[in-house]
Design a protein around this ligand. Structure first.
Ligand code: HEC
Ligand code: HEC
Length: 129
């Protein structure tokens, strides 16, 4: 996670799920997501203008630069990018549905250090149920 992360990102964007690393979506995907917070995946995650601007600027600054993460994400979802699908093609459909996982968006279920932006192979533990 970039060290200049505003405290706001933790309080406003990591209450319903973990704080997703900005480097996993491109700039346009973050801008799309941040301009539609009142209809955020069936929830309302709206922010006042000042907080929205602060978080948006930080996301922009730290958005994906590495080529492989730079595509425009369908539905603004990391989990719908082609690299995500490719990297997880060994995970069976049944595994995503386990109660210990629930959703592909729940990175921390399998990646022990996901909240720190670490996704190495040796830090993966898949819940058995
Ligand atoms: C009120 C709860 C709530 C808040 C607050 C919230 N989110 Fe979400 N977010 C969700 C839900 C629900 C999903 C869909 C999760 C799923 O499909 O399992 C989601 C999904 C996402 C995804 C897509 C994950 C994927 O599947 O790749 C991103 C990116 C995201 N949120 C970013 C943010 C950011 C940035 C903020 C702060 C501005 C934020 N969220 C605040 C509820 C919330
Ligand atoms: C059901 C468990 C599970 C969930 C949930 C999950 N992953 Fe993974 N992830 C894996 C597995 C298994 C691999 C493949 C490891 C390998 O063989 O290289 C992987 C690989 C990755 C890699 C590539 C790592 C590398 O070093 O090449 C990234 C990046 C990654 N995941 C990010 C995420 C993100 C971000 C989320 C949440 C939005 C997520 N994962 C959710 C199990 C999971």
């Amino acid at each position: 996670m970039p060290s200049d992360m505003p405290k706001l990102y933790e309080t406003e964007c990591a209450s319903c799920h973990m704080a997703f690393p900005p480097g996993l979506l491109n700039e346009k995907s973050w801008l799309n997501l941040m301009s539609g917070l009142s209809k955020h995946f069936d929830t309302d995650a709206s922010l006042d203008e000042k907080d929205n601007t602060q978080i948006t600027n930080w996301l922009k600054k730290n958005s994906a630069t590495r080529k492989k993460y730079r595509e425009l994400a369908p539905d603004n979802r990391i989990t719908k990018t082609s690299w995500f699908i490719r990297k997880h093609d060994e995970v069976k459909i049944e595994v995503w549905k386990r109660s210990g996982v629930k959703s592909p968006s729940n990175c921390m279920a399998c990646h022990e250090d996901a909240s720190r932006g670490i996704f190495n192979e040796d830090k993966i533990r898949i819940p058995e149920k």
